[in-house]
Design a protein around this ligand. Sequence first.
Ligand code: NOJ
Length: 540
Amino acid sequence: MYCLDIDTFADSNGDGVGDIQGLIGRLDYLARLGVTCLWLHPIHPSPNDDDGYDVTDFYNVDPRFGTLGDFAELLHQAGNRGIRVIIDLVVNHTSDQHPWFQSARSSPDSPYRDWYVWSDREPADRHQGMVFPGEQHETWTYDRTAKAWYYHRFYRFQPDLDTTNPEVRDEIKKIMSFWLQLGVAGFRMDAVPFIIERTEPGDPNPDLDFEFLTELRQHVQWRRGDAILLAEANVEPDQLPAFFGDSGGSANRVHMLFDFMLNGRLMLALARQDPEPVIEALRDTPALPEGGQWATFLRNHDEIDLSRLTAEQRNQVYEHFGPEEDMRIYDRGIRRRLAPMLNNDRRRIELAYSLQFSLRGTPVLRYGEEIGMGEDLSLPGREAIRTPMQWSYEGNAGFSRAEPEKLVRPVIDKGDFGYDKVNVTLQRRDRNSLLAWFERMIRTLREAPEIGFGSTTHIDVPMPPGVLAHRADGPTGTMVFLHNLGAVDAEVDLSLLQPEAELPIDVLADRNYADIGKLDKLNVAGYGYRWIRLRRAWSS
Ligand code: NOJ
């Protein structure tokens, strides 16, 4: 899965803002990379105070991106290349500019008044539960026009919809139906734990209405049997199963959840050069129900959220990956891309992505990571990691023909990550580039369906420091992986796997290693990795 913002990907009409036609023009690039599903960040009209996560019309596309007709064409063209498209569904809240909110605040008699969450008096929990500490100071704001307080889990310009209201529930289903009918393959559901909150003034820990998720799942499946719900639910591991739901052992709420817990542990493991946090994550994550799946990621469009680590662990990650105050955000995270965090060390970038892609679940890749793009810390907040895609060494990184001051965001034009050095065109010409590596790695992944689809287990035998051994087993066979998170070369004894091994071979590795032999003397270089096919089941 590949995620991108249309506005920073490719600008076809030269107005400085990426658009749908620009994206259509780059679908062959994505197909060649091996992408089979695109996740588009919000595509709807929006004042863009939160990069589109503040919607003013759920039934349209942002006119800066094109028209609904362009969007239908995108779905067709993506489908031709075997790429499904899912879109962000942001229905916890609307923009305060949305006509529903404008009407709701105008009068207690508005038909939309009860679509939002109000309080006549100042709620006691006004200053609790902020998602963006530092940028957000309250969760209840007084509206002079409405003469009442409204609830907003996120920024004050994002009033929460009241999803206990049956009319709101019906409207959300209608929005889903509309986009499914147009041909999207599902939704990345924003802020799911907050969507299902039964908010009451003065109660900072409201009940969660999981039945609403069951309803949405039934609705989606009725309209399109193979559509998916991929939820953003950054909660404690023991709360995750309720989001999948369970009906006779099968998931009956969302199909997929982002693996936030693994994300934090991966960062800690990379910082410490020690696989133990990943092993813990594999051990501590609740079992998946039938039909459920994880979406794994290293980077996304938000900060790296380290809030589920202990203060000591968080400080270790900060020390290595966010040493300067300016690299940190919201007292919990890091606003950087992966390549600069790893000092642009090619070995460590490959190692990190090899690890992510070989672990359980469906890997999600953020645009630009495949060429090792950097961040621009002079931009505010999370914009640092939302700069235009670097297509070439031509003006504006080949992103747009507009005058540079018209660009939606400046391109990175200085230092090691400037577009003269980091771009698709140069990497296309170089067989040894990071981009070429990603293409090869993803092809290899697709030849090994047991990765992600099968089970993922830690191989618990004595290992040299820094080395992780894990395996993937499925109906198609068995893969074994070695990752050396440390800088020192290591030798690993996996001879216990010998009875299962049928002509074991390296299918991907950081270099050419000597023959596998009896698996008792497997070398893996510092920051190296090996993907070994142990066995293939020919019959399935
Ligand atoms: C989560 C999204 O990932 C983030 O970018 C956004 O700001 C909030 N939800 C509010 O919609």
